[in-house]
Design a protein around this ligand. Structure first.
Ligand code: SAM
Length: 275
């Protein structure tokens, strides 16, 4: 029996192509097309956009993106075993899906925009999710080519992305994402939704690039957040010593006795601008 999109159910796809999940590739598959449809709909409208999906695996989210109107979808998958399943989806939606075997960490997604607004949608492999997000946020020039990213992370990572100052999850990731994007958690997905189930809850996060983030050099902001959060329990006059310590803080009108986790994104930018 086929699924509502006319393709085989995802469990049959796993069996047909021998896709037993590999932990090293962060393979926790979503086999419920209702759920992948819910994720895809967060990225609407898809028509008229270029869409990039990282790690399509057997194609549950890929199919949902196509069923919800994606006309120019590029998927990047490291596991060559998935390519047969993806080719079958491409044949079902002629001219709309390009599957690339490759490493997303070495792929510049901007290359797939082709003059259209670019949306990134993915159930990311948990082991490289943070690195990929930082690659997309810490690009040399801003605004980036992508106009929206809808991404599944482990809940704990999602909380670190959207964290506010003074909370335990607030750190380098929140400052960099808060500086250049508006990020929000859309909904949680329990472990039971995945095959195999991970140990923790996941969350879908959506990010939109800010048109005009505070104008400071990326390297300076990275340096000040790395130093501050590298020793987050210490007062800033101590943790920022290599960058100018107390004198730098006083010039930025920030008390040297404060700790990194109490500083707003704007205050980090003030420090970065003085480096
Ligand atoms: N999108 C599918 C789903 O929702 O069922 C699979 C998601 S699974 C969490 C992550 C996928 O990313 C796997 O298919 C895995 O093979 C792929 N992957 C892992 N590392 C990758 C990398 N460096 N580049 C591209 N894909 C990668």
């Amino acid at each position: 029996m086929s699924a509502p999109d006319g393709l085989p159910p995802l469990r049959a796809v796993l069996a047909e192509y021998g896709l037993d999940p590999k932990k090293a590739l962060g393979q926790n598959f979503l086999l419920d097309l209702n759920l992948t449809g819910r994720i895809a709909r967060q990225a609407l409208p898809l028509a008229g956009c270029s869409v990039v999906e990282i790690g399509p695996g057997p194609g549950g989210l890929t199919r949902a993106l196509l069923a919800n109107g994606a006309e120019h979808l590029t998927v990047i998958e490291k596991d060559s075993r998935c390519l047969g399943a993806l080719a079958a989806i491409a044949a079902h939606y002629p001219g709309r899906l390009t599957a690339i075997e490759g490493d997303a960490l070495k792929t510049d997604v901007a290359a797939f925009a082709e003059g259209r607004p670019l949306k990134i949608v993915a159930n990311l492999p948990y082991n490289i999710g943070t690195q990929l997000l930082l690659d997309w946020v810490a690009v040399p020039s801003w605004p980036p080519v992508w106009s929206e990213a809808t991404l599944m992370f482990q809940r704990e990572v999602a909380e670190r992305i959207v964290a506010k100052p003074g909370t335990s999850h607030y750190g380098r990731l929140a400052v960099l994402c808060g500086w250049r994007t508006k990020a929000s958690i859309l909904f949680d997905v329990g472990p039971e939704a995945f095959t195999p189930p991970p140990k923790v809850t996941s969350s879908v996060v959506q990010l939109h690039p800010l048109a005009e983030p505070i104008d400071v050099p990326l390297e300076a902001l990275e340096a000040v957040t790395a130093a501050g959060f590298g020793q987050r329990r210490k007062m800033l006059r101590q943790s920022l010593k290599p960058l100018g310590g107390e004198a730098l803080l006083l010039r930025a009108d920030i008390s040297p006795q404060r700790r990194a986790e109490t500083l707003s994104v704007e205050e980090f930018c003030r420090l970065a601008a003085l480096l």
